[in-house]
Design a protein around this ligand. Structure first.
Ligand SMILES: O=C(O)CCC(=O)C1=CC=C[C@@H](O)[C@@H]1C(=O)O
Ligand SMILES: [Mg+2]
Length: 373
């Protein structure tokens, strides 16, 4: 059985975050989303979500570059030939360098259509086993009293670990205060590359606070410096932005640049590459967890399916829809029960896209059709 996609619809959505999200790079109040819908010859639909932001601070991609790559290169490549298995798209798209979030958005939609054609959930199509996944929550930079309140609320909702964002001068002091109020909470910090090796003293000071890990302390391409830093820290380093492919993960493991990896589907170019990184980490006993990009419901559904693979042992950043939005654009919305998401067993991503909610936020859309013959 193969999938021959003949229509792709791109939709640019503008979404309002419930509360602003601040990292070492700045504050986001709204979140654009790029929804990709593919339709095959029998009318089976698949959904994917582009996770780039409007500015290139996280990786080099933006929502506009994603749209351009899809329209000019990736959609024509998809139309070229049928897909027998979505794993083939990794090779087919490899003539386009990088642009991982663009590739992942389209590949994800094909995975959904493929799972639906085979009458299975996306989780089973990927080889996932878990029926529930563990979830943590990521809290942006904000006044400490608000952070403490957010932590209390998240723990009351059952979230299994807390992640806070740090940057120079907003790190040891904040962690100390949190530990004073919550001595035992599973806690980690994410720097989004805000430090260099010159800051080693500040980073070593974090070793006193029993953190689960320090996420991406140094620059995206500082794989060697991360190894030097890891050798001097007790706390495990978790790499996020530095790992965009299986090869990146292999190098980081070989150099001992980290002890944990955060896998994000968009950052690594799709579900197939995410699975390969998962398998590699499993072989090397490197724990992994599923990262988040403040996605809408479609992206979140893909992340949940990925997190059902056996080696996702740590809670992921796939919080409930209500953590981000007044109303998500899927039905049902993603809910978290005592820090767990129960994985839906319906075919494909397991959630229905609510077109009324989608259209309410759509600022631009375009339909692409495969030419006949
Ligand atoms: O809840 C989520 O989706 C995770 C939020 C989060 O921590 C991040 C989202 C997007 C970019 C970053 O700031 C960050 C991360 O680096 O993991
Ligand atoms: Mg991160």
């Amino acid at each position: 059985m193969f999938v021959q996609i003949h229509t792709v619809i791109l939709r640019y959505l503008q979404m309002e975050l419930k509360s602003p999200f601040t990292t070492s790079f700045g504050t986001m109040k709204t979140r654009p989303a790029l929804l990709v819908e593919v339709v095959d010859e029998d009318g089976v639909c698949g959904w994917g979500e582009g996770v780039a932001f409007s500015a290139p601070w996280y990786t080099e991609e933006t929502i506009e570059t994603t749209w351009h790559m899809l329209e000019t290169f990736l959609i024509p490549l998809l139309f070229q030939a049928p897909v027998y298995h979505p794993d083939e798209l990794r090779d087919r798209f490899s003539i386009v360098r990088r642009n991982y979030m663009a590739k992942a958005a389209l590949e994800g939609a094909v995975w959904d259509a493929f799972a639906k054609r085979h009458g299975v959930s996306l989780s089973s199509a990927l080889g996932g086993e878990k029926k529930e996944v563990k979830v943590g929550v990521s809290i942006g930079i904000q006044p400490i009293t608000n952070i403490l309140k957010r932590i209390e609320q998240a723990l009351a909702e059952g979230y299994q670990r807390i992640k806070i964002k740090i940057k120079p001068e907003w790190d040891v002091n904040v962690v100390r205060e949190i530990r004073h109020h919550f001595p035992d909470v599973p806690l980690m910090v994410d720097a989004n590359s805000a430090y260099s090796l010159r800051d080693i003293d500040r980073l070593q000071a974090l070793d006193d606070y029993e953190l689960l890990m320090i996420e991406q302390p140094l620059a995206v391409d500082d794989i060697v410096d991360h190894a030097k830093l890891q050798a001097k820290l007790k706390t495990p380093i978790c790499l996020d932005e530095s790992i965009c492919s299986y090869e990146d993960a292999k190098r980081a493991i070989e150099l001992k640049s980290c002890r944990v990896i955060n896998i994000k589907i968009g950052r690594v170019g799709g579900l197939t590459e995410a699975k390969r990184i998962h398998d590699l980490c499993q072989q090397h006993h490197i724990p992994v967890w599923c990262g988040g990009m403040l996605e809408g419901g479609v992206g979140r559904a893909h992340s949940i399916a990925l997190a059902t693979l056996p080696h996702f042992s740590l809670p992921g950043d796939t919080a409930a829809s209500a953590n981000y939005w007044e109303r998500d654009f899927i039905d049902p919305e993603v809910t978290v029960d005592n820090g767990r998401i129960f994985v839906r067993q319906q075919i494909g991503i397991g959630y229905t896209v609510n077109l009324t909610e989608v259209e309410r936020r759509t600022v631009r859309s375009k339909i692409y059709k495969k030419s006949r013959g």
